[in-house]
Design a protein around this ligand. Structure first.
Ligand SMILES: [Zn+2]
Length: 266
């Protein structure tokens, strides 16, 4: 069920029937020369919508603010300041909670959000909220093996064979296969001497054209198969979150102990 498609009365019933809202986070950024700027939020929202048809949940409208400073050197990127981005995200989560959802799932449809969404989850312990926050972490090892069997290439990550295939399955009219470079793009490894560490320029150091692997071999059939793996995995996670009472119970226990600390007297 998509939040924006329902009437207010239908929405109220959906909150009561499901208790769970899925926020699919994408960004606006370059995806090689062949995929649209909105690839991540378009694919993320489609994934969440399909999973919520299997395991009922409300899906938040397409959301395109995320961590994407590494793409500021290409046209079309929208990168909010760190504190503003965090406040927007926290505000959106709180609004979802204020509307009655006891549980919120964040699905990151953009690789560059991976630290941010886990940090958001950690920050849910900074202050007691009326909702529990869950971050979906993607496919299991077994599902990843199935994923790799569908693919012909092994270097993935951005505008690659997988993402292009899924884009063909979701919105083929926005994919410009004729723009894909003739040669594959492999990592340049320009910060290889720092492999034990991490820097903000890491992705750019490998892929200065914001394109990874070889998308020429992408097909709609592969996209449908890969998307199904993601949909089944996310639907399973939504089901597990709906059943879960451990996290809400632990949150209550935790905050009651936080209150105990506050009440300590000398
Ligand atoms: Zn992407």
């Amino acid at each position: 069920m998509n939040w924006e498609d329902m009437t207010a009365a239908e929405f109220a019933r959906a909150v009561q029937n499901t208790g769970v809202c899925v926020l699919a986070m994408g960004v606006l950024e370059k995806h090689g020369e062949h995929l649209p700027l909105g690839t991540d939020f378009l694919n993320g929202h489609t994934l969440a919508t399909l999973a919520a048809e299997i395991e009922e949940a409300v899906v938040f409208p397409p959301f395109y603010f995320g961590q994407i400073f590494e793409a500021m050197c290409y046209p079309g990127t929208v990168a909010l300041k760190p504190t503003l981005l965090f406040d927007v995200l926290q505000g959106v989560l709180d609004e979802i909670g204020r509307n009655g959802f006891r549980k919120i799932i964040i699905l990151s449809a953009h690789g560059g959000n991976k630290f941010l969404v886990n940090y958001l989850a950690q920050c849910s312990l900074a202050e007691e909220k009326p909702y529990a926050l869950y971050v979906y972490q993607g496919l299991s090892k077994k599902q990843q093996e199935k994923w790799q069997k569908v693919c012909e290439t092994s270097v993935h990550g951005h505008a690659c064979e997988c993402e292009t295939s899924i884009s063909l399955a979701n919105h083929a009219h926005l994919v410009k296969m004729e723009n894909i470079p003739a040669e594959p793009t492999l990592p340049l490894n320009r910060t290889k001497h720092l492999d034990a560490g991490f820097t903000g320029i890491h992705f750019y150091s490998n892929y200065p054209n914001h394109y990874v692997g070889d998308a020429k071999v992408a097909t709609v059939e592969k996209g449908i198969a890969l998307r199904q793996l993601q949909v089944d995995s996310l639907a399973e996670f939504i089901g597990a979150v709906k059943e879960d009472e451990v996290v809400p119970d632990l949150n209550r226990e935790f905050f009651s102990r936080v209150t105990d600390v506050k009440n300590l007297k000398a």
